[in-house]
Design a protein around this ligand. Structure first.
Ligand SMILES: *[C@@H]1O[C@H](CO)[C@@H](O)[C@H](O)[C@H]1NC(C)=O
Ligand SMILES: *[C@@H]1O[C@H](CO)[C@@H](O)[C@H](O)[C@H]1NC(C)=O
Ligand SMILES: *[C@@H]1O[C@H](CO)[C@@H](O)[C@H](O)[C@H]1NC(C)=O
Ligand SMILES: *[C@@H]1O[C@H](CO)[C@@H](O)[C@H](O)[C@H]1NC(C)=O
Ligand SMILES: *[C@@H]1O[C@H](CO)[C@@H](O)[C@H](O)[C@H]1NC(C)=O
Ligand SMILES: *[C@@H]1O[C@H](CO)[C@@H](O)[C@H](O)[C@H]1NC(C)=O
Length: 475
């Protein structure tokens, strides 16, 4: 943790106790993300099944406004709950850690499919989950409808009994969660979907044919994705498992043209960039690029940082020690840097096989929500500013709020209560600065190359981050 360094000046100006929300005659400008964000979206266009045409679709603004979502990895892998959600393939590929685990704890010839019987979800309460997600301050939720194991969390017609109604919970988990989430007007519902399935014989056949055949895509993937979109009308389709074959094999462009032209969510849905070899970071409504992508600099296209609270796994790990969980401070830092540089944060939790979101995840989520309740003006509906992080003060990140205020988030508190920023801001005698957790105006002083901001020495130093609201300035 870097502590802010600045000079000690004892020349405080008079103090003010005004409300800071009165005047907003501000002359700031956002550095615009070069994307098709357009508030007067016209979705009557017919998109062609080409990347050129698909890429011309404007990003539905709700996604850029939302900033923060919760990711859920849940499936049969939540039963062994060991290693990661890649349990099945790691075991079959002879990874000794997994082989030993199976040898020591399961009878010989135990199959991965048998785990599904123990995917009981008996404590799953979709209402309770959605209340927790709302309390976290998230604006959307994305759940694994089907991970690479191929098991669907809804009774898909195309799943050949490998689904949550036929084996395991005996419930339509996606249906229950979708209904519960949609009751929260400020939460959007999204579905993760893996294109490939490690052990599906149709997929393996196409793969053996070097993807010159398309049995799997035609008979399984396309109908399954359409079924899922029509049944649950997700606002996000989060694609994954694309990397062994091209977008042409996956028929991604044809599918996306259907999604944008004809599906029940054609005007509001957003998709990511995992649609085939070399598509990531190039095409899609928003880019995920790699897992845990957080470049630290402004990106030209809307992007999302998909990451996990458990540093090592997306699925629940029963044996994860406390230090493997990101602290609240680390999570807020991830959120702040992501949002300042034009991204959304998609933060993952792995529920247990019983349907419980463990208290450690719950605590992180509720704590995020508490911080956002106070500091959300710096996050929601904000846009990147001309500068993302301060050039003088370390750990200070900017966003431009929708009312025109500038937000400077301090990821650490300066030891002597003085933060020195670069003088990119032209302060006037009307400039007002305050912390979002207080109405008290903060004293500041312009030096030639710097601005010293004299923070109150109140005892609020246990916070994960602090936000300064700055109004009435030029830049
Ligand atoms: C704050 O403290 C640091 C050392 O911790 C010092 O270098 C800096 O000059 C101080 N700044 C002010 C404005 O007092
Ligand atoms: C927004 O979209 C509308 C309709 O497609 C178009 O007329 C307008 O020029 C666009 N505005 C910007 C700023 O791109
Ligand atoms: C495991 O399967 C093999 C091959 O089918 C069989 O020969 C063996 O007897 C089985 N072992 C047990 C303990 O059931
Ligand atoms: C599910 O959770 C909600 C909200 O906490 C609660 O009111 C309801 O009784 C729970 N349902 C069951 C079946 O436990
Ligand atoms: C697939 O490609 C490999 C390597 O190029 C080749 O050896 C194999 O014969 C091909 N298989 C088919 C079914 O085309
Ligand atoms: C922040 O800004 C400085 C330039 O002042 C830059 O060197 C640094 O890499 C930026 N990013 C981070 C993550 O600090």
């Amino acid at each position: 943790m870097v502590i802010l360094q600045s000079l000690l000046f004892l020349c405080f100006m008079g103090s003010f106790y005004n409300s800071i929300n009165s005047y907003y005659s501000i002359f700031v400008q956002s550095s615009s993300i070069e994307t098709n964000i357009n508030s007067t979206n016209n979705f009557n266009t017919k998109y062609e099944p080409t990347w050129k045409s698909l890429d011309s679709r404007p990003l539905p603004t709700w996604f850029d406004d939302a900033k923060f979502g919760i990711f859920i990895h849940w499936g049969v892998f939540s039963v062994p709950s060991f290693g990661s959600e890649w349990f099945w393939i790691n075991w079959k590929n002879g990874n000794s850690k997994y082989e030993r685990f199976m040898k020591n704890h399961y009878k010989p010839n135990f199959t991965y499919q048998e785990f599904a019987n123990d995917f009981t979800a008996e404590f799953f309460n979709a209402t309770k989950w959605s209340e927790l997600f709302e309390a976290s301050g998230a604006k959307y939720v994305v759940i694994t409808s089907k991970h690479h194991e191929g098991y669907t969390l809804w009774p898909s017609k195309y799943s050949f009994s490998w689904n949550s109604l036929d084996v395991g919970p005996r419930k339509d988990l996606i249906g229950e969660l979708s209904t519960a989430i949609k009751k929260h007007t400020n939460l959007k519902f999204g579905l993760y979907h893996s294109l490939f399935e490690w052990f599906n014989p149709l997929y393996l056949q196409d793969k053996k044919n070097n993807f010159s055949t398309d049995f799997f895509v035609t008979n399984k993937i396309i109908p399954e994705m359409k079924e899922m979109i029509e049944l649950y009308e997700p606002q996000i389709l989060w694609s994954d498992g694309d990397w062994e074959a091209t977008a042409e094999y996956w028929k991604s462009q044809e599918f996306l043209a259907w999604l944008y032209n004809e599906s029940p969510v054609k005007d509001s849905v957003v998709t990511n960039d995992r649609w085939g070899i070399n598509i990531g970071c190039k095409h899609g409504d928003f880019y995920n690029c790699q897992d845990r992508y957080n470049p630290g600099v402004l990106q030209k296209h809307k992007w999302e940082n998909a990451m996990t609270i458990d540093r090592k796994s997306w699925g629940f790990r029963r044996n994860a020690p406390l230090e493997d969980y990101f602290s609240l401070k680390e999570l807020i830092k991830e959120l702040v840097i992501t949002v300042s540089t034009g991204g959304n944060l998609l933060m993952n939790v792995g529920p247990t096989k019983d349907g419980i979101i463990s208290p450690i995840f719950e605590e992180r989520l509720r704590d995020m929500g508490r911080w956002l309740k106070i500091n959300g003006k710096a996050i929601y509906e904000s846009r990147p500013w001309i500068l993302q992080n301060d050039t003088v003060a370390k750990d200070v990140w900017y966003t431009h709020g929708k009312t025109g205020a500038l937000y400077a988030t301090l990821l650490s508190w300066p030891t002597n209560n003085t933060v020195t920023l670069s003088n990119i801001l032209k302060m006037t005698d009307k400039t007002k600065i305050s912390l979002l957790n207080s109405n008290e105006l903060i004293k500041w002083r312009n030096r030639e190359k710097y601005i010293d901001i004299y923070l109150p020495s109140i005892d609020n130093k246990g916070e994960p981050a602090w936000v300064l609201e700055i109004t009435n300035f030029h830049y």
